[in-house]
Design a protein around this ligand. Sequence first.
Ligand SMILES: [Fe+2]
Length: 340
Amino acid sequence: MTARCLVVDDDVQVRHALARVVASHGLATLEASSGAEALALLQHEGEVPICISDIYMPEMDGVTFLREALRLYPDMAIIMLTGVAEVATAVECLQLGALDYISKPMLMEEVRARVDKALEKRDLVLQNRFYQQNLESRLRELDRKNKQSLINGVQMLVHALEAKDAYTSGHSTRVSRYAVKTAVQLGYTGEQLEQVRLGGELHDIGKIGTREDILNKPGPLSPEEFQHIKGHVSLGERILAPFLSESPIVLRIVRSHHERLDGGGFPDGLRGEDIPPEARIVAVVDAFDAMTTNRAYRPSRTPADAVEELRRCAGTHFYPPAVDAFLRAFSDVSALPISL
Ligand SMILES: [Fe+2]
Protein backbone atom coordinates (compact mmCIF):
# COMPACT_ATOMS: atom_id res chain seq x y z
CA MET A 1 0.00 0.00 0.00
CA THR A 2 1.32 3.47 -0.85
CA ALA A 3 2.18 5.55 2.21
CA ARG A 4 0.11 8.69 2.55
CA CYS A 5 1.10 12.23 3.41
CA LEU A 6 -1.26 14.90 4.69
CA VAL A 7 -0.50 18.48 3.59
CA VAL A 8 -2.15 21.22 5.66
CA ASP A 9 -1.96 24.84 4.48
CA ASP A 10 -4.55 27.56 3.96
CA ASP A 11 -2.60 28.89 0.96
CA VAL A 12 -3.88 26.78 -1.87
CA GLN A 13 -0.85 27.40 -4.09
CA VAL A 14 1.63 26.38 -1.43
CA ARG A 15 -0.49 23.38 -0.62
CA HIS A 16 -0.67 22.21 -4.23
CA ALA A 17 3.06 22.78 -4.73
CA LEU A 18 3.85 20.68 -1.65
CA ALA A 19 1.41 18.00 -2.68
CA ARG A 20 3.14 17.77 -6.07
CA VAL A 21 6.57 17.35 -4.49
CA VAL A 22 5.29 14.73 -2.10
CA ALA A 23 3.46 12.91 -4.89
CA SER A 24 6.59 12.90 -7.06
CA HIS A 25 8.18 11.15 -4.12
CA GLY A 26 5.79 8.26 -4.50
CA LEU A 27 3.50 9.15 -1.62
CA ALA A 28 -0.26 9.52 -1.94
CA THR A 29 -1.37 12.94 -0.71
CA LEU A 30 -4.30 14.27 1.26
CA GLU A 31 -4.89 18.02 1.53
CA ALA A 32 -6.55 20.20 4.14
CA SER A 33 -6.79 23.98 4.43
CA SER A 34 -6.89 24.21 8.22
CA GLY A 35 -6.10 22.26 11.35
CA ALA A 36 -9.77 21.51 11.94
CA GLU A 37 -10.21 20.23 8.41
CA ALA A 38 -7.06 18.12 8.77
CA LEU A 39 -8.32 16.50 11.99
CA ALA A 40 -11.68 15.76 10.40
CA LEU A 41 -9.90 14.22 7.42
CA LEU A 42 -7.72 12.04 9.68
CA GLN A 43 -10.78 10.89 11.55
CA HIS A 44 -12.37 9.90 8.27
CA GLU A 45 -9.33 8.46 6.50
CA GLY A 46 -7.42 7.04 9.46
CA GLU A 47 -3.86 7.78 10.55
CA VAL A 48 -1.23 8.75 7.99
CA PRO A 49 2.48 8.22 8.63
CA ILE A 50 3.56 11.74 7.72
CA CYS A 51 2.07 15.21 7.72
CA ILE A 52 3.36 18.64 6.66
CA SER A 53 1.54 21.54 8.29
CA ASP A 54 1.71 25.32 8.11
CA ILE A 55 1.73 27.18 11.43
CA TYR A 56 -0.39 30.25 10.70
CA MET A 57 -3.82 29.29 9.48
CA PRO A 58 -7.29 30.58 10.26
CA GLU A 59 -9.81 28.52 12.24
CA MET A 60 -7.25 26.25 13.92
CA ASP A 61 -3.54 27.16 13.82
CA GLY A 62 -0.74 24.69 13.24
CA VAL A 63 0.41 24.55 16.85
CA THR A 64 -3.07 23.60 18.10
CA PHE A 65 -3.36 21.09 15.28
CA LEU A 66 0.05 19.62 16.14
CA ARG A 67 -0.92 19.19 19.78
CA GLU A 68 -4.25 17.61 18.97
CA ALA A 69 -2.91 15.39 16.17
CA LEU A 70 -0.11 13.98 18.34
CA ARG A 71 -2.56 13.33 21.16
CA LEU A 72 -4.68 11.25 18.81
CA TYR A 73 -1.89 9.80 16.64
CA PRO A 74 1.35 9.82 18.64
CA ASP A 75 3.32 8.00 15.95
CA MET A 76 2.58 10.49 13.16
CA ALA A 77 5.70 12.25 11.84
CA ILE A 78 4.78 15.94 11.58
CA ILE A 79 6.90 18.54 9.80
CA MET A 80 5.98 22.20 10.40
CA LEU A 81 6.29 25.01 7.86
CA THR A 82 7.51 28.25 9.39
CA GLY A 83 8.21 31.78 8.28
CA VAL A 84 11.70 33.18 8.76
CA ALA A 85 10.56 35.22 11.79
CA GLU A 86 8.94 32.26 13.52
CA VAL A 87 11.95 30.40 14.87
CA ALA A 88 10.62 30.54 18.45
CA THR A 89 7.34 28.97 17.34
CA ALA A 90 9.26 26.34 15.39
CA VAL A 91 11.22 25.45 18.52
CA GLU A 92 7.97 25.25 20.47
CA CYS A 93 6.65 22.84 17.84
CA LEU A 94 9.72 20.62 18.19
CA GLN A 95 9.22 20.60 21.95
CA LEU A 96 5.61 19.58 21.43
CA GLY A 97 6.76 16.61 19.36
CA ALA A 98 6.99 17.82 15.76
CA LEU A 99 9.71 15.84 14.03
CA ASP A 100 11.18 18.69 12.04
CA TYR A 101 10.44 22.08 10.51
CA ILE A 102 11.03 23.68 7.14
CA SER A 103 11.50 27.45 6.77
CA LYS A 104 9.63 29.32 4.08
CA PRO A 105 10.33 30.11 1.33
CA MET A 106 11.10 26.46 0.89
CA LEU A 107 13.19 24.67 -1.66
CA MET A 108 11.44 21.66 -3.08
CA GLU A 109 14.66 19.65 -2.86
CA GLU A 110 14.73 20.39 0.84
CA VAL A 111 11.12 19.30 1.28
CA ARG A 112 11.98 16.02 -0.40
CA ALA A 113 15.00 15.46 1.84
CA ARG A 114 13.07 16.31 5.02
CA VAL A 115 10.20 13.99 4.11
CA ASP A 116 12.72 11.19 3.56
CA LYS A 117 14.39 11.86 6.87
CA ALA A 118 11.07 12.06 8.71
CA LEU A 119 9.94 8.69 7.34
CA GLU A 120 13.25 7.10 8.29
CA LYS A 121 13.08 8.52 11.81
CA ARG A 122 9.54 7.31 12.28
CA ASP A 123 10.53 3.80 11.22
CA LEU A 124 13.29 3.78 13.82
CA VAL A 125 10.96 4.95 16.57
CA LEU A 126 8.48 2.19 15.75
CA GLN A 127 11.25 -0.38 15.51
CA ASN A 128 12.62 0.65 18.90
CA ARG A 129 9.23 0.45 20.52
CA PHE A 130 8.75 -3.00 19.07
CA TYR A 131 12.04 -4.20 20.53
CA GLN A 132 11.30 -2.59 23.87
CA GLN A 133 7.82 -4.02 24.23
CA ASN A 134 8.77 -7.47 23.07
CA LEU A 135 12.20 -7.86 24.59
CA GLU A 136 11.29 -9.69 27.76
CA SER A 137 8.75 -12.09 26.33
CA ARG A 138 10.86 -12.81 23.26
CA LEU A 139 13.99 -13.51 25.22
CA ARG A 140 12.13 -15.71 27.73
CA GLU A 141 11.19 -18.06 24.91
CA LEU A 142 14.77 -18.78 24.10
CA ASP A 143 16.29 -21.91 25.53
CA ARG A 144 19.44 -21.64 27.56
CA LYS A 145 21.07 -24.04 25.12
CA ASN A 146 20.69 -21.44 22.41
CA LYS A 147 22.94 -19.02 24.19
CA GLN A 148 24.53 -17.87 20.96
CA SER A 149 21.16 -17.01 19.46
CA LEU A 150 20.37 -15.09 22.59
CA ILE A 151 23.56 -13.11 22.31
CA ASN A 152 22.81 -12.35 18.67
CA GLY A 153 19.36 -11.10 19.63
CA VAL A 154 20.78 -8.90 22.34
CA GLN A 155 23.34 -7.49 19.96
CA MET A 156 20.50 -6.55 17.66
CA LEU A 157 19.14 -4.54 20.57
CA VAL A 158 22.46 -2.82 20.90
CA HIS A 159 22.11 -1.78 17.29
CA ALA A 160 18.54 -0.64 17.94
CA LEU A 161 19.81 1.41 20.85
CA GLU A 162 22.54 2.91 18.73
CA ALA A 163 20.06 3.77 16.01
CA LYS A 164 17.99 5.55 18.65
CA ASP A 165 20.99 7.38 20.07
CA ALA A 166 22.94 8.54 17.03
CA TYR A 167 25.73 10.07 19.08
CA THR A 168 26.72 6.74 20.58
CA SER A 169 26.83 4.85 17.31
CA GLY A 170 29.55 2.21 17.64
CA HIS A 171 30.00 3.07 21.30
CA SER A 172 29.06 -0.36 22.68
CA THR A 173 31.34 -2.21 20.27
CA ARG A 174 34.29 0.08 20.95
CA VAL A 175 33.77 -0.15 24.72
CA SER A 176 33.65 -3.93 24.41
CA ARG A 177 36.90 -4.05 22.43
CA TYR A 178 38.69 -1.65 24.75
CA ALA A 179 37.46 -3.60 27.78
CA VAL A 180 38.64 -6.96 26.43
CA LYS A 181 42.17 -5.78 25.67
CA THR A 182 42.36 -4.04 29.03
CA ALA A 183 41.09 -7.15 30.84
CA VAL A 184 43.69 -9.29 29.04
CA GLN A 185 46.36 -7.03 30.53
CA LEU A 186 44.87 -7.76 33.95
CA GLY A 187 45.01 -11.52 33.41
CA TYR A 188 41.48 -12.31 32.25
CA THR A 189 41.03 -15.31 29.96
CA GLY A 190 38.37 -17.78 28.83
CA GLU A 191 34.80 -17.52 30.05
CA GLN A 192 35.51 -14.53 32.30
CA LEU A 193 37.00 -12.62 29.37
CA GLU A 194 33.99 -13.59 27.27
CA GLN A 195 31.72 -12.08 29.90
CA VAL A 196 33.74 -8.86 29.88
CA ARG A 197 33.29 -8.74 26.11
CA LEU A 198 29.53 -9.21 26.39
CA GLY A 199 29.27 -6.84 29.35
CA GLY A 200 31.00 -4.12 27.34
CA GLU A 201 28.63 -4.70 24.44
CA LEU A 202 25.58 -4.54 26.72
CA HIS A 203 26.60 -2.04 29.37
CA ASP A 204 24.18 0.69 28.24
CA ILE A 205 21.34 -1.55 27.08
CA GLY A 206 19.02 -0.04 29.68
CA LYS A 207 19.05 3.18 27.62
CA ILE A 208 16.53 1.47 25.40
CA GLY A 209 14.13 2.75 28.08
CA THR A 210 15.55 6.27 28.20
CA ARG A 211 13.51 8.98 26.55
CA GLU A 212 14.98 9.88 23.18
CA ASP A 213 14.64 13.63 23.74
CA ILE A 214 16.83 13.28 26.84
CA LEU A 215 19.37 10.97 25.16
CA ASN A 216 19.86 13.48 22.36
CA LYS A 217 19.47 16.67 24.36
CA PRO A 218 22.10 19.18 23.23
CA GLY A 219 22.19 21.24 26.43
CA PRO A 220 22.91 20.35 30.06
CA LEU A 221 20.43 18.01 31.76
CA SER A 222 18.07 19.07 34.54
CA PRO A 223 18.30 17.07 37.80
CA GLU A 224 15.12 15.17 36.84
CA GLU A 225 16.51 14.33 33.40
CA PHE A 226 19.79 13.16 34.91
CA GLN A 227 17.83 11.02 37.36
CA HIS A 228 15.94 9.51 34.43
CA ILE A 229 19.18 8.68 32.56
CA LYS A 230 20.71 7.15 35.69
CA GLY A 231 17.92 4.58 35.64
CA HIS A 232 19.52 2.85 32.64
CA VAL A 233 21.91 0.82 34.80
CA SER A 234 19.27 -0.86 36.94
CA LEU A 235 16.85 -1.21 34.03
CA GLY A 236 19.60 -2.88 31.98
CA GLU A 237 20.28 -5.32 34.78
CA ARG A 238 16.57 -6.07 35.18
CA ILE A 239 16.16 -6.69 31.44
CA LEU A 240 19.10 -9.07 31.27
CA ALA A 241 18.95 -10.80 34.67
CA PRO A 242 16.44 -13.51 33.73
CA PHE A 243 18.52 -14.60 30.75
CA LEU A 244 22.05 -14.13 31.94
CA SER A 245 21.86 -15.68 35.40
CA GLU A 246 24.88 -17.77 34.43
CA SER A 247 26.84 -14.69 33.42
CA PRO A 248 27.06 -12.70 36.66
CA ILE A 249 30.01 -10.63 35.43
CA VAL A 250 27.88 -9.25 32.58
CA LEU A 251 25.15 -8.24 35.01
CA ARG A 252 27.65 -6.63 37.38
CA ILE A 253 29.14 -4.60 34.52
CA VAL A 254 25.71 -3.43 33.41
CA ARG A 255 24.70 -2.40 36.93
CA SER A 256 27.95 -0.94 38.24
CA HIS A 257 29.77 0.71 35.31
CA HIS A 258 28.90 4.19 36.64
CA GLU A 259 30.24 3.62 40.15
CA ARG A 260 33.23 5.74 41.21
CA LEU A 261 36.14 4.67 43.36
CA ASP A 262 35.40 7.48 45.84
CA GLY A 263 31.79 6.38 46.30
CA GLY A 264 30.33 9.25 44.28
CA GLY A 265 28.90 7.08 41.51
CA PHE A 266 25.57 5.37 40.97
CA PRO A 267 23.35 3.41 41.45
CA ASP A 268 24.76 2.04 44.75
CA GLY A 269 27.51 4.52 45.68
CA LEU A 270 29.95 1.60 46.03
CA ARG A 271 33.54 2.41 47.00
CA GLY A 272 36.91 1.05 45.96
CA GLU A 273 37.18 -2.71 45.96
CA ASP A 274 33.45 -3.09 46.65
CA ILE A 275 32.92 -2.17 43.00
CA PRO A 276 33.05 -5.33 40.87
CA PRO A 277 36.50 -5.39 39.20
CA GLU A 278 35.07 -5.80 35.68
CA ALA A 279 32.83 -2.74 36.22
CA ARG A 280 35.96 -0.79 37.21
CA ILE A 281 37.49 -1.72 33.85
CA VAL A 282 34.41 -0.76 31.86
CA ALA A 283 34.12 2.55 33.78
CA VAL A 284 37.55 3.54 32.45
CA VAL A 285 37.04 2.54 28.82
CA ASP A 286 33.45 3.84 28.75
CA ALA A 287 34.70 7.25 29.90
CA PHE A 288 37.51 7.20 27.35
CA ASP A 289 35.17 6.42 24.49
CA ALA A 290 32.60 8.99 25.67
CA MET A 291 35.32 11.66 25.77
CA THR A 292 36.74 10.84 22.34
CA THR A 293 33.46 10.80 20.42
CA ASN A 294 30.98 13.59 19.75
CA ARG A 295 27.95 13.73 22.02
CA ALA A 296 24.72 15.70 21.72
CA TYR A 297 25.92 18.12 24.38
CA ARG A 298 29.60 18.57 23.44
CA PRO A 299 32.22 17.83 20.75
CA SER A 300 34.87 15.18 21.26
CA ARG A 301 38.21 15.66 23.00
CA THR A 302 41.50 14.46 21.59
CA PRO A 303 42.66 10.98 22.68
CA ALA A 304 45.73 12.52 24.34
CA ASP A 305 43.49 14.87 26.27
CA ALA A 306 41.22 12.00 27.29
CA VAL A 307 44.21 9.94 28.47
CA GLU A 308 45.31 12.90 30.54
CA GLU A 309 41.84 13.06 32.10
CA LEU A 310 41.89 9.33 32.94
CA ARG A 311 45.25 9.79 34.67
CA ARG A 312 44.01 12.86 36.52
CA CYS A 313 40.95 11.01 37.83
CA ALA A 314 42.73 7.75 38.65
CA GLY A 315 42.27 7.12 42.36
CA THR A 316 39.15 9.27 42.73
CA HIS A 317 36.91 8.27 39.86
CA PHE A 318 38.83 5.41 38.27
CA TYR A 319 40.65 2.33 39.54
CA PRO A 320 44.34 3.12 38.85
CA PRO A 321 45.34 -0.44 37.80
CA ALA A 322 42.53 -0.41 35.23
CA VAL A 323 43.72 2.95 33.85
CA ASP A 324 47.28 1.59 33.65
CA ALA A 325 46.13 -1.61 31.98
CA PHE A 326 44.13 0.36 29.40
CA LEU A 327 47.15 2.55 28.64
CA ARG A 328 49.37 -0.54 28.30
CA ALA A 329 46.84 -2.19 25.99
CA PHE A 330 46.59 0.92 23.80
CA SER A 331 50.01 2.45 24.15
CA ASP A 332 49.86 4.14 20.72
CA VAL A 333 47.45 7.01 21.45
CA SER A 334 47.65 8.18 17.84
CA ALA A 335 45.79 4.98 16.78
CA LEU A 336 42.80 5.90 18.97
CA PRO A 337 39.87 5.90 18.95
CA ILE A 338 39.90 2.46 17.33
CA SER A 339 37.95 2.25 14.11
CA LEU A 340 35.30 -0.42 13.71
FE1 LIG B 1 26.13 3.95 30.90
